[in-house]
Design a protein around this ligand. Structure first.
Ligand code: NI
Length: 177
């Protein structure tokens, strides 16, 4: 089946605050969803996307942090991802989010993480991630727990971004009607 773009929910949206349910069975609709998520992520363009961002409250994330133009890209689909170990060392990256377009902030997270997940064939995978991949996988797993990168900011900064996003959404709705 051909994959399609799915609309990305924008903050603030109650679905982005929900804890997502674990996947119990990998069926055709779940494979389709993960393919659609990859297409939606590449199209945005972005380097990571969680199912909750397309309104599906289930534990699936997709990522591709291969930055080099020459590289072919390295799409990863993670079902029920879990961080099993984190480094004590921390790193600061400027993060953004497809649900909070045009807002960025420096966020401190463990430099490397060990992640366990199921792939699209239901096989268990485990791998250590560092650099941008580490930041991205932590950011996406946060989404599955209803957490956004702005939740790491102080109240005032967070409220400011939320208010700007509310205004942005109102303007978008006005254009659509
Ligand atoms: Ni995000």
């Amino acid at each position: 089946m051909k994959s399609m773009l799915r609309p990305i929910l924008l903050h603030p949206n109650p679905k982005l605050k929900k804890i997502c349910e674990p996947v119990l069975e990998i069926d055709d609709s779940l494979i389709k969803l993960s393919d659609d998520m990859l297409e939606t992520m590449y199209h945005a363009p972005g380097i990571g996307l969680a199912a909750s961002q397309v309104g599906i409250l289930t534990r699936i994330i997709v990522m591709d942090c291969e930055k080099e133009e020459a590289a072919k890209g390295k799409p990863i689909v993670m079902i029920n991802p879990e961080i099993v170990a984190s480094s004590d060392e921390e790193n600061i990256y400027e993060e953004g989010c497809l649900s909070i377009p045009e807002h960025f902030a420096e966020i401190k997270r463990p430099t490397s993480v060990q992640v366990r997940w199921l792939d699209q064939n239901g096989n268990e995978q485990e791998q250590e991630f560092d650099g941008l991949w580490s930041t991205c996988v932590q950011h996406e797993i946060d989404h599955l727990n209803g957490k956004l990168f702005i939740d790491y900011l102080g109240t005032i900064k967070k409220q400011l971004i939320t208010r700007k996003m509310q205004k942005f959404k109102r303007e978008m709705e006005r254009k659509e009607t």
